[in-house]
Design a protein around this ligand. Structure first.
Ligand SMILES: C[S@@+](CC[C@H](N)C(=O)[O-])C[C@H]1O[C@@H](n2cnc3c(N)ncnc32)[C@H](O)[C@@H]1O
Length: 206
C-alpha cells in the first residue's frame, strides 16, 4: 500500500462520506437496523451514531481497509452496543448460514471487487427473516450523466479506493438473491456523476 492509500485516502473518504447530505441519507435508513447486525465496509464508522441501542444487540463491522479502523473503534466506544471491527471482507468472518438479523451497507458496493459474490455471501449469512439496509451511490438515470460515469470511472477508481461510479445498484442486489422491498433514488447535492443515491431495504428471495 502506498502512502496516499495509507494516510491520505482514509481521511478523504471520511470527509467525503460525512458531509451533511450524506449523513442525512444515512439517517433515513440506518436507524431501521435491529438485532444482531453485520455492517459491510464499516470504514471509519460513520453509521455507528445512527444505531439504536434499544434495538440493535451487537455489531460486527467488516472492512479490509485496516487503516480506517481506529476511527471506527473510537466512534464505537460510547454507543452502548458491543461492536467488533474486523479487517476482512464479508467472506473473511466465516459466519454460519442465517446468522444476522440486519446487514447494513452504505457507500461500499461501489468499491467491492466482486459485488455479486459479496452480495451472495450476505444473502447466505442473513436470516430468512433478516433485512439488508443499503444506501449506495451508483448509475444515474440520465444518459448524459451515465456517459460521464462510464468515462470517469477508469480515472476515478485508482484515486478513490476502487470506487466505480457506474454500478447499477438495484440490478446487482436483485441478481444476487435478494428482492427489494423499498427503494428510493435521487441525486444528492454535488457533482452528478458521484451523487445518484439508491437507498432501501431488501430481503432474501424466498
Ligand atoms: C467510500 S468507503 C465507505 C465507508 C462506509 N461504509 C461509510 O458509509 O462511510 C468504502 C468502503 O468500502 C470498503 N471496502 C472495499 N472493498 C470491500 C470489501 N470487499 N468488503 C467490505 N468492504 C470493502 C473500503 O475499505 C471502504 O472503507
Amino acid at each position: 500500500m502506498n502512502p496516499y492509500e495509507r494516510y491520505v485516502l482514509p481521511k478523504m473518504i471520511d470527509i467525503a462520506c460525512s458531509t451533511g447530505n450524506v449523513m442525512k441519507a444515512r439517517s433515513k435508513i440506518v436507524p431501521q437496523a435491529l438485532g444482531k447486525l453485520l455492517e459491510i465496509g464499516i470504514g471509519s464508522g460513520l453509521n455507528l451514531q445512527f444505531y439504536d441501542a434499544n434495538k440493535v444487540s451487537s455489531i460486527i463491522g467488516v472492512d479490509p481497509a485496516a487503516q480506517m479502523q481506529s476511527l471506527a473503534r473510537e466512534r464505537a466506544a460510547d454507543i452502548g452496543i458491543p461492536v467488533e471491527v474486523i479487517a476482512v471482507d464479508v467472506k473473511g468472518i466465516h459466519a454460519d448460514t442465517d446468522q444476522f438479523d440486519t446487514i447494513v451497507m452504505t457507500f461500499t458496493l461501489c468499491s467491492i471487487d466482486d459485488p455479486v459474490a459479496a452480495l451472495r455471501e450476505m444473502a447466505r449469512v442473513l436470516k430468512p427473516s433478516g433485512r439488508l439496509l443499503f444506501c449506495e451511490h451508483g448509475l444515474a438515470p440520465d444518459s448524459s450523466v451515465e456517459r460521464w460515469q462510464h468515462r470517469l470511472t477508469p480515472f476515478w477508481k485508482p484515486i478513490a479506493g476502487g470506487c466505480h461510479l457506474d454500478r447499477d445498484i438495484p440490478a446487482l442486489i436483485r441478481e444476487s438473491g435478494f428482492v427489494i422491498d423499498e427503494l428510493s433514488e435521487a441525486y444528492l447535492p454535488g457533482p452528478r456523476p458521484m451523487s445518484y443515491v439508491y437507498s432501501g431495504v431488501a430481503q432474501q428471495l424466498a
